[in-house]
Write a protein that binds this ligand. Structure first.
Ligand SMILES: C[S@@+](CC[C@H](N)C(=O)[O-])C[C@H]1O[C@@H](n2cnc3c(N)ncnc32)[C@H](O)[C@@H]1O
Length: 215
């Protein structure tokens, strides 16, 4: 098994459509100018987000956790004409950088930036979302989920990143970090929620796909 596991990520990347010039630019900026480049979705997960967006063809998307804008650009790919993605981040400097790059790329009308703590911003939103991506501080995943679920249309989707938390979810609770415990609380919460059905994919750091049932 290990023989395979070692090269699997590179193999997957080799047979995944290469990043666009804009995504390459964001990835290079993230590597050179941020202290935690691993927070960025990156090539294979980014293409998965694009594929999901193309499959759903959403009108309104919400992202919680912009960072350098990589996943926002991926998720915006399949938007309907006239549709838009709202992305939230509390880091004003990072948001400014991402906004400038996305404006230069001609995507300003499709990606809207709301700067501040997500817990403050989420209750102010009035859109009906087809797709939501939760990818900010793990401690508040359950709060974010509960704040957005009524704004997701029946049949709409929520995606949650880092649900494996570097494999820490497999450790006994006494050895888990605060963030891993919060992730565990989140996955348990979703699994017990009769309003949704879900699948936990072992892609990268774990991606949960959640569908809000239609009735
Ligand atoms: C993992 S990164 C997002 C990565 C991005 N979605 C991607 O895939 O490229 C998490 C981001 O959440 C932001 N964040 C953390 N806590 C937050 C909060 N309470 N409110 C808003 N943003 C927050 C951080 O500033 C950081 O940029």
């Amino acid at each position: 098994m290990e023989l395979f596991a070692g090269g699997l990520e590179d193999y997957a990347a080799r047979y995944t459509t290469p990043e666009s010039a804009l995504l390459q630019e964001i990835a290079a900026y993230t590597q050179a100018h941020t202290s935690r480049p691993g927070m960025m979705s990156g090539h294979v997960q980014g293409m998965l987000l694009q594929m999901i967006s193309w499959m759903i063809r959403p009108m309104h998307i919400l992202e919680i956790g912009t960072f350098t804008g990589y996943s926002a650009v991926c998720l915006a790919a399949g938007l309907q004409p006239g549709g838009y993605l709202i992305t939230i981040d509390r880091d004003a400097a990072q948001h400014q950088q991402a906004r400038e790059r996305i404006t230069r790329a001609g995507l300003a009308d499709r990606i809207r930036f709301l700067t501040g703590p997500a817990l403050d911003i989420l209750p102010t939103l009035r859109e009906r979302f087809d797709l939501v991506f939760i990818d900010a501080d793990k401690e508040h995943y359950v709060d974010y989920y509960e704040l957005v679920i009524d704004r997701v249309r029946p049949g709409g989707f929520i995606l949650a990143d880092n649900v494996l938390f570097h494999g820490e979810v497999l450790l006994p609770e006494s050895r888990q970090s605060k963030a891993a415990k919060a992730i565990q609380r989140f996955t348990t919460h979703v699994a017990a929620d009769a309003r949704v059905e879900q699948v936990l994919l072992t892609v990268r750091d774990g991606l949960m796909l959640i569908r809000k049932k239609a009735s």
